[in-house]
Design a protein around this ligand. Structure first.
Ligand code: A2P
Length: 327
């Protein structure tokens, strides 16, 4: 009884998927197993997360055992920032497909609007201040031509973008044959990005919300990268807790229900079987207009996925994440 959102090409994307960033191979294998068991069919990954092979192993087991059919699965992966160049599109998706042990993915996204350079040893090229340098020759329309070929070649059913702002989406819409079907962005009660969401909706581009629960786990990642930043816990916001108590639901379920009600797809990440089930079980209650108003009023324009090492991109406004540097 999966619930779907229909894309502008008629394909159907499950409204809730499992996000897979920041989990070890072992954690991810257990989590994907538990997610499929719980009824998840939409899995969001990317080469940048380093877990496509682990996910591929689980998918192969499920497909070989006949426990799920390929057409029931909805697999999303992405063209990494270091490969965001026309000639790298096809070889890069082919590497993902080999790792995932699949013939096609359901959605292929350009992971970021900017392109990053790497050194010969695979490390990121940094400027004198230790910031990543974007490739100013990046041309979304040129990359998009190669993305469109992937649909023609059957390597993906749909194509889209991620972390694109309104201007970037609008420019692509004017310069494409196949319209992007999806824009995956950070979206939650503290970073609502209403203008961007409404624009995408009006243009028939389905929005997927990453970090829908505020990505608590990012604290660990930031600490590992030497970044110390206090981040709010969205599940601890008094209004969210109050609404949850009124419905006998958890704060996470309220945060997800709110996203779904705004017509947006959500990909909460969890490696815990109980929480995975919880996050899928959000269709049996409804927020009142008053509750929705309370949640809308929480917007703080606060981006959680704000990494200092991306700030070199800031000098090139054409690739900037909107609102990235506001907190
Ligand atoms: P865990 O994987 O241990 O469940 P986001 O999807 O916004 O990135 O948030 C993911 C973070 O939220 C992870 O730290 C995850 O931890 C935690 N999380 C996921 N689902 C729930 C839930 N239902 N209740 C509480 N925490 C959750």
């Amino acid at each position: 009884n999966t619930q779907y959102k229909t894309l502008n090409n008629g394909e159907k994307m499950p409204i809730i998927g499992i996000g897979t960033w920041q989990a070890s191979d072992e954690e991810i294998e257990t989590a994907i197993d538990a997610a499929l068991e719980a009824g998840y069919r939409h899995i969001d990954t990317a080469p940048v997360y380093g877990n496509e092979q682990a996910i591929g192993r689980v998918l192969k087991r499920w497909l070989d055992a006949g426990k799920v059919k390929r057409e029931e699965l909805y697999i999303v992966t992405k063209l990494p920032p270091v490969s965001n160049r026309p000639h790298e599109v096809e070889p890069t998706i082919k590497k993902s497909l080999a790792d995932l042990q699949l013939d096609y993915v359901d959605m292929y996204l350009i992971h970021t609007p900017f392109t990053l350079f790497i050194n010969e040893d695979g490390s990121f090229k940094l400027d004198d201040e230790g910031l990543m340098v974007p490739d100013v020759s990046t041309n979304h329309a040129a990359t998009w031509v190669e993305m469109e070929k992937l649909v023609a070649n059957g390597l993906t059913k749909s194509i889209g973008v991620s972390n694109f702002d309104q201007e970037q989406v609008a420019r692509l819409l004017k310069n494409c044959k196949i319209r992007p079907a999806n824009n995956q962005i950070e979206h939650h009660v503290y970073l609502q990005q209403r203008e961007l969401v409404d624009f995408c909706k009006a243009e028939g581009v389905v929005v997927t919300a990453y970090s829908p629960l505020g990505s608590k786990g990012i604290a660990k990642f930031n600490a590992g990268a030497g970044l110390v930043r206090d981040l709010p816990d969205l599940m601890d916001i008094p209004e969210v807790k109050e609404i949850a108590a009124a419905h006998g639901k958890t704060p996470a379920q309220v945060l997800l229900r709110w996203i779904i009600d705004t017509g947006v797809v959500a990909i909460p990440k969890s490696i815990n079987p109980e929480r995975l089930k919880q996050n899928l079980n959000v269709f049996d209650f409804k927020l009142t207009d008053e509750e929705v108003a309370k949640l809308l009023a929480l917007d703080k324009d606060l981006r959680v996925c704000d990494f200092a090492f991306f700030h070199g991109v800031e000098r090139h406004p054409e690739f900037r994440f909107k609102n990235q540097y506001t907190n």
